[in-house]
Ligand binder design. Structure first.
Ligand code: UDX
Length: 456
């Protein structure tokens, strides 16, 4: 099939590369000539394991092309995907202006009936707005055919996006005409050959499905974080509770890991957008408001623990951080909990020494002044950050932090203290190396007289 994907960002490139890999001819279009030029040289503008190789091989095979010009590539395209950004506007709503702009361009440029797919996460009703824009153009041009707009949200996890696309749990198709549905089913058939995983529904339901999925996952996380807080003060280990409740298949083991909060480009943005959709209808969504509030508070957990540990204050202390990305497997620092900790420590006059396998550069760009005055130092070796550190805060659970050399760590640090924001370590094991360990919702090491209560 001949496809066009508009927007060479995260979603657009993964979509384009995976469809090309299945043998389709895919044209990627982006307004950034710089981005397109980099893609021609085989360089991916996004970090995602496996994406560069997929882009390069399909480009070399002639199935994947890149362009900054929309009109020439549209000819013969049966399906056009819109995968442009929908950032949060100041009022929390999803800003869909880029989608609507692309729709207007398509309306003026498409010469034959085409399936236009909204891939970007956008509020309920956006696909209908795209349909109206296209219909108006058809009317103005006096043609007697219509384009079909389909809503087809993505469910890609950063760091696992290619696998998620290639082996989807489900494909959601919001299609309102049978011929568009047939074509979309044909396009996705190679990805779901052995299982019937395509769910067809009205466009508005498809749009809502995406928001409900992400906000439900966020709810699970905030729920367990709330339980963890109670566990902390009751002297109960939330890790025991997690295993206990996860064994019930209705609850399940996924997304109930207590930690220092969720980040990333999706959960926070989608919650805000959903709250805004409700607000527009003069409705409240108290559960989601609480989810968001709990997460904001949870991101301050590492800082709160450090302040409790150092009742004399953290000013002048050196705090080491392991993990800056909002989760392992990505260099994305959007809404990352690490940023709340860094900002808090900088404000209070502490020194920060941080390590992340790939996100350090983005953090350096976000805090150039702190880097310039030497208050924030980024290292390329995880052990180097521990030199003379008064505490280590583990914020992102990269695999390389799972089994570190605790003896070496204890020797390097001024104070062997670990604030474990992802519950990666066994407090008993750490105790044998002389560490004080504080986990999220865990029984403090020197329980029953909990460490934290003692130093408050
Ligand atoms: C998410 C959805 O999973 C994906 O389906 C959607 O399309 C886009 O948004 P992503 O933003 O890549 O994907 O991140 P995800 O892996 O879902 O993790 C989100 C955050 O939740 C991370 O900060 C992670 O650390 C945190 N998390 C996850 C927890 O704190 N506890 C958990 O149990 C699981």
């Amino acid at each position: 099939m001949q496809i066009t994907v508009i927007g060479c960002g995260y979603v657009g490139l993964v979509t384009a590369a995976c469809f090309a890999e299945m043998g389709n001819r895919v044209a990627c279009v982006d307004t950034s000539a710089e981005r397109v030029e980099a893609l021609h040289r085989g360089i991916s503008p996004i970090f995602e394991p496996g994406i560069e190789a997929l882009l390069q091989t399909n480009h070399a095979a002639g199935r994947l092309t890149f362009s900054s010009q929309l009109n020439p590539v549209l000819r013969n395209s049966e399906v056009v995907f819109i995968a442009v950004g929908t950032p949060s506007a100041a009022d929390g709503s999803a800003d869909v202006s880029q989608i609507l702009e692309v729709a207007a361009q398509l309306g003026g440029a498409l010469e034959s009936p085409t399936i236009v797919v909204c891939k970007s996460t956008a509020p309920v009703g956006t696909a209908c707005r795209v349909q109206s824009i296209l219909d108006q153009h058809c009317q103005r041009r006096g043609v007697n055919w219509r384009h079909s707009v389909v809503s087809n949200p993505e469910f890609l996890k950063e760091g696992a996006a290619i696998d998620d696309f290639m082996r989807p749990d489900r494909i959601i198709l919001g299609a309102e005409d049978a011929s568009a549905e047939r074509t979309m089913r044909r396009l996705y058939e190679p990805f779901v050959r052995n299982h019937d995983r395509i769910l067809c529904m009205p466009r508005r339901a498809a749009e809502m499905t995406k928001y409900a999925a992400n906000t439900f996952l966020a709810t699970k996380i905030s729920f367990i974080n709330e339980v963890a807080n109670l566990c902390e003060s009751l002297g109960v280990d939330v890790e025991e509770v997690r295993k206990g409740i996860g064994a019930d298949p209705r609850i399940g083991h996924h997304f109930i890991y207590a930690g220092c909060g969720y980040g990333g480009s999706c959960f926070p943005k989608d919650i805000r957008a959903m709250l805004h959709m409700a607000q527009e209808r003069e409705m409240q969504l108290p559960i989601l408001q609480a989810v968001e509030a709990r997460n904001q508070a949870q991101k301050t957990w590492p800082m709160r623990m450090l302040r409790k540990l150092y009742s004399e204050g953290v000013a002048g202390k050196t705090v080491a951080i392991w993990g800056l990305a909002f989760k392992p497997g990505t260099d994305d620092i959007r809404d990352a909990p690490s940023r709340v900790l860094i900002e808090g420590l900088l404000d209070l006059g502490a020194r920060v020494q941080a390590f992340d396998p790939i996100a350090s550069e983005n953090i350096a760009k976000a805090y150039p002044e702190a880097v310039a005055r030497g208050q924030l130092r980024l290292f390329s070796d995880p052990y180097a950050v521990l030199n003379d550190a008064d505490a280590l805060a583990l914020i992102t659970e990269w695999k390389q932090f799972r089994q570190p050399d605790f003896a070496l760590m204890a020797r390097l640090m001024r104070e062997p203290v670990i604030v474990d924001g992802r519950n990666q370590y066994d407090p008993a094991v750490l105790g044998t190396f002389g560490f004080r360990h504080v986990g999220v919702g865990r029984v403090p090491m020197d329980s029953p007289a909990p460490l934290l209560r003692k130093v408050v």
